[in-house]
Design a protein. Structure first.
Length: 313
C-alpha cells in the first residue's frame, strides 16, 4: 500500500512474494522477499507499478533486508546459502557477493550513514558489521555487541540507532560509527516496564520506534515512542560524567578527556558532518589541521548520554 502523508493509504497490487523489506534510491523503490519458490526482488518507479524478478545465483537465500547508500542497494539474507549478500546500483542488475566468514549470517537489518553501511544480526558472534561499499565487510570484534533480540537499525542526526525486544536489548543502542555503541534503556511510562521495540525509522529530525507490546502490560497495547531532535538520548550534565574538551579555541588538535569509552561527531554550523570516531577512556586526540577556521558543534556520546560543546578553530 502507498501513502503521500502516512494517514491516507491505498492498497496496490504487487507480484506474488512474501515481501519483507523495501528501500528507495536512484529514483526507484526496490523490495526483497525471503522466498525461494516465488519472486525475490521487485522494483517500482512510483510505488504503484511493480516488476518482479529472481536474480541469477541467489540460490536458497531468504532475503530479509535491503538498504540504499552511496549509490548502491545492499540486500542481506537471514538464512540460506553461504553467499548471503547481493548488491545492485539500480535494483535490476545484481551481483552476488562472497563472504568468506561463515559467521556472516542471520542478518536482519542494515542502514547507511557517515560513509558506512552497518548491518545487525541475531548471531552471538560478531553481530555487527560495517562496509563502506556494501561489498567488503569488517567486524571490529568477535564478541557480540547486542543480545539475540536486536531487530532493526536506522540512521539520522549523525547516529545509528538499533532497537531490540528481548533480554538486555529492551532499549536503544547508539553509535556514530557502527563500531562503538552505548546502550540506553527505554523509558518507563505510566509505570510500565521498558518497551520492547521491533522497528525504528528516522525523518524530519526525529527517530520513531514502534513496540510489540508495553513490556509487561497485560493488554499488549502497541506503543510508539518518538525521540527529541537530539537523537533521543539523555543529555549529559557537567556532573554526570567527566568529559573535558581542550584547547578551545584549537588549531591542529582537539583533545577529549573522558572517564569512559564512547564516540563523537563534529559538525559545522550548517549541520554537515566533518569528523567522527571513537573515544577511549583517558585522552583522545582529534586531528583537525585540515578543517577550515570557524565554529563547530562537538557532540560526545558516553554511556547512553550526549553532551554537545561549541568549539572554535
Amino acid at each position: 500500500m502507498t501513502s503521500s502523508d502516512g494517514i491516507e493509504w491505498t492498497l496496490q497490487t504487487a507480484p506474488n512474494g512474501n515481501w519483507s523489506s523495501v528501500a528507495y534510491g536512484n529514483n526507484v523503490f526496490v523490495a526483497v522477499a525471503p522466498s525461494v519458490a516465488l519472486n525475490q526482488v521487485m522494483t517500482s518507479p512510483d510505488g504503484i507499478t511493480w516488476t518482479s524478478q529472481t536474480p541469477a545465483g541467489t540460490g536458497t537465500n531468504l532475503w530479509s533486508d535491503i538498504s540504499f547508500g552511496n549509490g548502491m542497494f545492499v540486500a542481506l539474507a537471514q538464512a540460506g546459502s553461504t553467499n548471503q549478500l547481493m548488491t545492485s546500483p539500480d535494483g535490476i542488475n545484481w551481483s552476488i557477493q562472497t563472504i568468506p566468514n561463515q559467521n556472516f549470517q542471520n542478518w536482519l537489518a542494515s542502514a547507511y550513514g557517515n560513509g558506512n553501511f552497518v548491518a545487525i544480526s541475531q548471531n552471538y558472534v560478531a553481530n555487527v558489521r560495517r562496509s563502506s561499499d556494501g561489498i567488503n565487510w569488517v567486524s571490529d570484534s568477535l564478541s557480540p555487541v547486542f543480545g539475540a533480540g536486536v531487530l532493526d537499525i536506522a540512521f539520522g542526526n549523525g547516529y545509528f540507532i538499533a532497537v531490540g525486544n528481548s533480554g538486555t536489548t529492551q532499549g536503544v543502542w547508539v553509535s556514530s560509527d557502527g563500531n562503538n555503541w552505548a546502550f540506553q534503556a527505554t523509558p518507563v511510562i505510566n509505570g510500565q516496564q521498558p518497551y520492547q521495540f521491533s522497528a525504528i525509522a528516522f525523518g524530519d529530525g526525529y527517530f520513531a520506534g514502534v513496540s510489540i507490546n508495553g513490556g509487561g502490560s497485560p493488554d499488549y497495547t502497541k506503543k510508539i515512542l518518538v525521540s527529541n531532535k537530539t537523537v533521543g538520548i539523555t543529555p549529559l550534565s557537567d556532573n554526570t560524567i567527566a568529559v573535558n574538551v581542550f584547547p578551545n579555541p584549537f588549531t591542529e588538535v582537539l583533545n577529549i578527556n573522558s572517564s569512559e569509552k564512547g564516540a563523537f561527531t563534529l559538525n559545522d554550523m550548517n549541520g554537515k558532518l566533518v569528523a567522527h570516531g571513537s573515544i577511549d577512556p583517558g585522552l583522545s586526540a582529534i586531528k583537525v589541521s585540515q578543517m577550515a577556521c570557524g565554529v563547530y558543534n562537538l557532540s560526545i556520546l558516553v554511556n547512553g548520554g550526549q553532551k554537545t560543546v561549541k568549539v572554535v578553530k
